[in-house]
Structure formats: structure tokens, C-alpha cells
Write a protein that binds this ligand. Structure first.
Ligand SMILES: [Zn+2]
Length: 406
């Protein structure tokens, strides 16, 4: 009997210790066997997880950090990779780099675009004047690419003060005359960092800028604008922040409250500017950073018929709500434009897969953006065509209008 008792003793001891620490509401250090009881609604202590209601436990092994935890999914489900878009797409949020000044690289980009069925690139690099002229010349000189790349004109928001508007409008008129097809991208610096000539922050709805928005209306060109950033960038960086890892990897993306206008302040200014210029067609980049709250974006669309949205870099939000996103895209099919943001040919097929398939639980291309998997939203062909190219062609009259599918 004695040996058996000896064998049992250690596990009895562990059991007793577990009860003891559970009763005291304290656990061992992370990784040690331990437990804790918490009150209703109270989180488990650090290092523990809830295993039964109000009953917390730490794993026996040391817990990995979120950087190292890479579970292999065992889900077996149909996969439909989509290397080529079903219909030719226009990238309304294009950021090619040296391709815009180097003829050989431009043609190489054309081959990459062919491979993924990207019909047209709208460059949103905020170029103007001579730089714009050089890029337009490179595009025009390429028989293969001359109808596949168009360029948005930039606005210089430095030193807004007396005389600024006249100069900015004259430059915009010259850029459009030279071949620019719209304005963009207006960067997030508008609202966050530009100062007026008098040293105060240039707000997005500053009346001094209205002359430019109204010039865009008069010239019948859209204005592509990126305002603010994901709202989590303004929040405390604790373990409840969805972008904790990203903010750790890219500390420059944080917006400490004492140094920056709030997310809501920027949204308020943007929307006031949209409302005050109803004849100007705007395209809000990144779905206005409301892809995580589609009802809010829907309300904007309802209240402001001059506002459209572009989907770049928010695929992680679209693909985590496949039913809601499907219904939203169907309802607002005339208001949403495809755009990718950074030019990485291998990343475009993730968009096609989310938009075109019913695939489930697949990886996003950038793990630090999203700790979750994506799902296809299975858009009907008529909606796909609008999102991929028809909406961009409609609001940007200077885009080549021939040769697209019916
Ligand atoms: Zn951009």
C-alpha cells in the first residue's frame, strides 16, 4: 500500500494546491499549474484563461507570445485561390514607385497586371507640376501602357494662408490640363500634421481649402482622400488593443492624445468638409476607416451622395464579416471602388478571393494586421463589375472608357 500512496501523493498535492490558490483567487506565475476564481464579468489574472465559468487556469507549459503562436488549422474545406480577377479591375489607390519614371519597369508592371487581371492603375502618389509631367510622358511613350495607367494630381497643403487657394487652384488646373484625371491622394497629413502659415493646425474643413474642392467639382474630377488611420492607433496600447502587435512593430503609427487631434475630431472635420462641398465627388480611402463599422459608413453614404469609398488595406475587416459585408456591398454597389494601396502583386489575389468566393477561414497576407482568418463574401457578377471598374469609370470621366466588358 505504501508505494501506491507515495505515487498518488504528488498529484493529490497539486490538486490541493490548485484548490487553495483557487480559493485565494491567486494563481502561480504564468506557466505554473494554478487556478483562480473570479467574480462575474471580471477578467482572469494575467497568464490564465477561463476554463469554466469564473474559473481560471494557467497552462501547464509556458505560454508562447502572440508572435510565436502559429496554430495550424485542421479545418478541411474547399479552397479556391483566385490569381486573376474575374473582371478587369481598376486599382484606384495605386502606389507604383520607380515604374512611373522607368519605361522598362512600367512595362514589367504591365506584365504583372496582366497576370492578375488588373486592367488599369490609377496612381495616387500626390504628384504635381514637373514631376507629374515626367510621369505622364513615360506613360504616354509606352504603347503597351499608355491606356493602362492614369495619374491623380497632388495638392500642396504647406503654408495655407492668404493667396494659397489661387495658387493651388491654378496648379490643379494646369495638372488636369496636362493629363491628371483627379486629385489624390490627399494624405492623412491633412488634419494630422499640416500647419497653416499662422502656425495653427490646418483642419480638414478649413474654409480656405474649399476653393480647391470646388475647382475639382468644376473640372468634373474626383478627390481621393485618406483621413486619419485605424481608430485603435489612438487607443492605449494594452492587451485589449486589436492592433497591439502592429503598434509594437511600428511605433510611429501611434497617435498619443496629447499630441494629436482625436480620431473622432478628424472624422467630424472630414464629414463637415464632405457636406459643405456637395457638388464635389469624394472617394474616401480605406472605406473611411469604417470597415469595422459598416452601419456608420452606410449612414455616411445615405447622408452624402457625393461620397464614395475605396477598399485598400481594410480587407481584414471586410473578410471577417462575410455576411454583413456581402449585404453592404450589394446595397451600396454604386459607391465602392477597388483599390489596393501598396503595390505588391502577390497581395492582390487575396482581394479577388475575398470578393469572389465563398471560401472560409483562410489567411490574410499580413499577420500583424489581423489575428483572425478571412472569409469570401461571394459578390454577384454585377456587383463585382461595379466595384472592380464601372464605378471608377463613372466618377472619373477622363479614364479610358473603351474596351471594358459589358
Ligand atoms: Zn495611399
Amino acid at each position: 500500500m505504501t508505494p501506491r500512496l507515495v505515487r498518488l501523493a504528488p498529484s493529490l498535492l497539486v490538486f490541493a494546491a490548485g484548490i487553495l490558490s483557487a480559493q485565494q483567487g491567486t494563481g502561480g506565475p504564468p506557466g505554473a499549474r494554478g487556478g483562480a476564481i473570479v467574480k462575474d464579468g471580471e477578467p482572469c489574472p494575467p497568464g490564465m484563461t477561463e476554463v469554466r465559468p469564473r474559473n481560471c487556469r494557467a497552462p501547464e507549459m509556458p505560454a508562447p507570445s502572440i508572435v510565436d503562436y502559429r496554430p495550424r488549422s485542421t479545418l478541411v474545406t474547399p479552397e479556391h485561390k483566385v490569381p486573376r480577377a474575374k473582371f478587369p479591375a481598376i486599382d484606384f489607390h495605386g502606389h507604383p514607385g520607380s515604374q512611373m519614371t522607368n519605361a522598362a519597369e512600367l512595362e514589367q508592371m504591365g506584365a504583372e497586371m496582366d497576370a492578375m487581371n488588373l486592367g488599369m492603375m490609377v496612381t495616387a502618389n500626390n504628384t504635381s507640376g514637373e514631376a507629374l509631367g515626367r510621369q505622364l510622358a513615360v506613360v504616354a511613350a509606352s504603347p503597351k501602357m499608355k491606356d493602362r495607367v492614369r495619374i491623380l494630381a497632388g495638392i500642396d497643403f504647406r503654408n495655407v494662408g492668404p493667396g494659397w487657394a489661387e495658387k493651388a487652384v491654378a496648379q490643379l488646373e494646369a495638372d488636369v490640363k496636362a493629363g491628371a484625371v483627379g486629385v489624390g491622394e490627399i494624405g492623412k497629413g491633412l488634419g494630422l500634421s499640416y500647419k497653416k502659415a499662422d502656425g495653427t493646425r490646418l483642419t480638414i474643413d478649413d474654409p480656405a481649402l474649399d476653393a480647391v474642392w470646388q475647382a475639382a467639382a468644376r473640372l468634373k474630377i474626383p478627390v481621393f482622400i485618406h483621413t486619419a488611420d485605424p481608430q485603435e492607433f489612438w487607443q492605449t496600447i494594452d492587451y485589449t488593443n486589436e492592433r497591439w502587435l502592429e503598434l509594437g512593430l511600428f511605433p510611429g503609427r501611434r497617435y498619443p492624445a496629447e499630441l494629436n487631434p482625436s480620431f473622432e475630431q478628424l472624422m467630424k472635420e472630414r464629414d463637415a468638409m464632405f457636406r459643405r462641398n456637395p457638388k464635389t465627388t469624394f472617394v474616401a480611402a480605406h472605406m473611411g476607416w469604417h470597415a469595422n463599422d459598416l452601419a456608420r459608413l452606410g449612414k455616411m453614404f445615405d447622408e452624402m451622395p457625393n461620397v464614395n469609398a475605396e477598399v485598400g488595406a481594410v480587407l481584414y475587416d471586410i473578410g471577417r464579416q462575410p455576411r454583413g459585408a456581402h449585404d453592404f456591398f450589394v446595397k451600396y454597389q454604386d459607391r465602392i471602388l477597388f483599390g489596393k494601396d501598396s503595390y505588391q502583386p502577390e497581395e492582390y489575389p487575396y482581394y479577388w478571393r475575398v470578393f469572389e468566393t465563398r471560401d472560409e477561414y483562410f489567411d490574410y497576407y499580413r499577420g500583424y494586421h489581423a489575428f483572425w482568418k478571412l472569409y469570401g463574401i461571394d459578390l454577384p457578377d454585377a456587383v463585382l463589375k461595379k466595384v472592380y471598374f464601372q464605378n471608377a469609370l463613372r466618377i472619373t470621366r477622363a479614364l479610358p472608357q473603351a474596351g471594358w466588358p459589358k
